[in-house]
Design a protein around this ligand. Structure first.
Ligand code: ZN
Length: 377
């Protein structure tokens, strides 16, 4: 499994200038290759020899790869738009979908694992100095955990990018996944809005996580601030608020997923079951969560975090069909909605409605593929 670690780069003015020029050349090179491809030039056989960039050859190589993958995505978006337009025309609607042509604006560059080196507190990578490729050794602040990861793992590409006025390096690495074949407990986890997560373990234990009301209040707070700033046309401040909200939400999801996996470990769970989230474009309503498609992305992220943290702890994650998990009686199998906070069945069974989902997920054996859950670095 691939994960990434972020470190801040501390540079002198001269070093910063060199890195900035490298990032600018990188994105302008990528943009120029993409624009050629979009205008009909074949880039399939493009190599560092055909590209005239003021960049170390390793970075030029990465530029070409990057451009190729952007073009591939763009071509797919074009095909999707065509298909959608045919559909819209059939429905007699006079609107058209256009795939936006991708242009990199924020300075960044990717460096492959053969071209950079982590050396103690420093990261070494090549930049151009007076037309020649030379290696810089940039000071960073790494935690002991990061140092140990970088010295023991197989590293992937490094991305250098500017975020909130600092230059950071994101380094991808291969993380080990321990395998525990012995039988253990199963834990079902139900994600929701009012109650962010509920777990039910096959040993009978139930646990609630997070505070939905507080999350909602926080979202409202950010939305109100954003509105004021937008009215005052403070675009930078709006972006700042957006970043802050994203960081806060990610932080909450990291804590929730950490607590869920920690509980699974305490209860000797070897399997965590989650609901397979529906594709956000899907119109099928198989779960109450799909009535809140806006929230689907946050469920998606939390599910991803749970998945990778579980894998790191040697716990398998399985996805089950979300249909009726909040409506089916686990005793008699009858399907009906819950009233208020309680689910009461005519067979006499009753339970807190938020626990019902976790119980049904825990019991479910209707497994579905995990193609909707992917990790992005
Ligand atoms: Zn029943």
């Amino acid at each position: 499994m691939q994960l990434s670690e972020t470190v801040k780069l501390y540079m002198s003015k001269t070093e910063y200038a060199l890195v900035k020029v490298t990032m600018d050349s990188y994105i302008s090179m990528v943009n120029s290759i993409v624009s050629d491809a979009v205008n009909g030039t074949s880039i399939a056989k493009l190599t560092t020899k055909n590209v005239n960039a003021d960049l170390p050859s390793a970075l030029t190589n990465q530029c070409i790869r990057d451009a190729k993958s952007i073009v591939k995505k763009y071509n797919k978006a074009c095909r999707d738009a065509d298909r959608k337009n045919t559909k819209l025309a059939k429905q007699g609607k006079n609107i058209k979908v256009i795939a936006t042509r991708p242009v990199l604006k924020k300075p960044c560059c990717y460096i492959n694992n053969q071209s950079f080196k982590v050396n103690g507190n420093h990261i070494e990578f090549p930049v151009m100095i007076n037309g020649k490729s030379k290696r810089l050794s940039i000071c960073t602040k790494m935690t002991d955990r990061q140092k140990s990861i970088f010295s023991t793992s197989k590293l992937g590409t490094m991305r250098i990018v500017v975020k909130n006025n600092s230059v950071i390096a994101q380094i991808v690495y291969d993380a080990d996944e321990p395998v525990c074949p012995d039988d253990g407990n199963v834990m079902g986890v139900d994600l929701g809005i009012k109650c962010p997560a509920v777990s039910k373990c096959s040993d009978g234990s139930v646990k609630f996580y997070g505070n939905g009301r507080r999350n909602k209040a926080m979202r409202r707070h950010f939305a109100a601030k954003r509105k004021t700033l937008q009215k005052a046309k403070h675009q930078d401040a709006v972006e700042h608020i957006n970043n802050k909200e994203q960081r806060t939400m990610k932080d909450i999801d990291h804590k929730l997923s950490h607590d869920i996996v920690a509980t699974a470990i305490v209860h000797n769970a070897k399997t965590i079951k989650l609901e397979q989230l529906q594709n956000i474009r899907s119109t099928t309503r198989t779960s109450r969560k799909n009535n809140h498609s806006l929230h689907n992305w946050s469920f998606y992220r939390l599910a991803q975090y749970i998945t990778y943290k579980a894998k790191l702890a040697g716990i398998e994650v399985l996805y089950v069909n979300p249909a009726y998990t909040s409506q089916r009686c686990p005793v008699c199998g009858d399907v009906h909605h819950a009233n208020d906070r309680n689910y009461v069945c005519k067979c006499g069974y009753h339970i807190h409605r938020d626990v019902l989902g976790a119980i049904n997920i825990c019991n479910s054996t209707e497994y579905v593929g995990d193609s909707n859950i992917r990790r992005t670095a």
